[in-house]
Design a protein around this ligand. Sequence first.
Ligand code: LLH
Ligand code: MG
Length: 382
Amino acid sequence: MIITDVSVRVFRHRTRRHSDSAGHAHPGPPHDVETAILTIRTEDGDEGHSFAPREIVRPHVIDKFVKKVLIGQDHRDRERLWHELAHWQRGSAAQLTDRTLAVVDCALWDLAGRVLGQPVHKLIGSYRDRVPAYGSIMCGDELEGGLATPEDYGRFAETLVKRGYKGIKLHTWMPPVSWAPDVRMDIRACAAVREAVGPDIALMIDAYHWYSRTDALQLGRGLEKLGFAWIEEPMDEQSLASYRWLAENLDIPVVGPESAAGKHWQRAEWITSGACDILRTGVNDVGGITPALKTMHLAEAFGMECEVHGNTAMNLQVVAASKPCRWYERGLLHPFLEYDDGFDYLRTLSDPMDADGFVQVPDRPGLGEDIDFEHIENNRVA
Ligand SMILES: O=C(O)[C@H](O)[C@@H](O)[C@@H](O)C(=O)NO
Ligand SMILES: [Mg+2]
């Protein structure tokens, strides 16, 4: 049970996803990227793993904070270890981020699942073994036949419905796209998708994240006419007052916060301030599975739904264990990319979706990732 080591391996893998200057993903030629795998090991030789960008688990962070809290401790004490690590954030000179808390917490949950031979959602106390997915489309671009026009979005949405999705979320155009942001273009893309898929598919938008209150209001009013299920992150989430104002002035549900700092404590403020109609959490956004579950319980206590940000095995485990959550966010998707090709360091998809739009939660132990350790060793860079 006692943790004896925390290690990081950095390896190279191929992808066609490229990040733009605002951090949003777009398709491009295949290229090599580096990813890290954090491993927590016990005296019994048991191991738990979780993936992260290499900077998130760089030696300074692992040696100065993570090892100090974890080494010599009982790996099953996730609640205490999470709080002890979180308390190091205040004095870390902003070096210990919620993302690092998340990768450590996920590796501890993975370890517990592997030791007991159970998927994480069964350890938590599962709610379901399969979850409905919405297709989360990448931000718009200026690629011929990509996501450059409202008609491109409409055509792609038709493809997603044929694939089985019963919900679709549009990330519309944002800088560095030369003419973005543009509320009218956002509404035109949403209208083209509604026209293409008909009234029975749930549609949502995740818009440019720095609109003014009046722009966000205009966008929301336009989406109400199209029967959209929610509007997400149309303004800077640091302004609670702006979201309270928007939620008061719109009928379409406002979802949030996704990127606002403060973990489940900040999400309590959004609920009590009336800043959202549907709450939002995400394992990487709030510091792990442990605080993501706390957020779910908050939402339930206030009679609210709570949607989970992002794909990946750890978010799927939270969705599977949570009644307040309606969807699994499967993406990001683009006409030029085949999402089901997965990653070359995982032997199988962590979130396989059937023709009816349901993702089957893997019954593999832990987070459920089918890790190809041979690929990792053969492509080690550190
Ligand atoms: O903002 C981003 O980097 C992406 O849009 C990403 O977070 C996306 O997954 C999202 O916002 N989903 O809700
Ligand atoms: Mg979002």
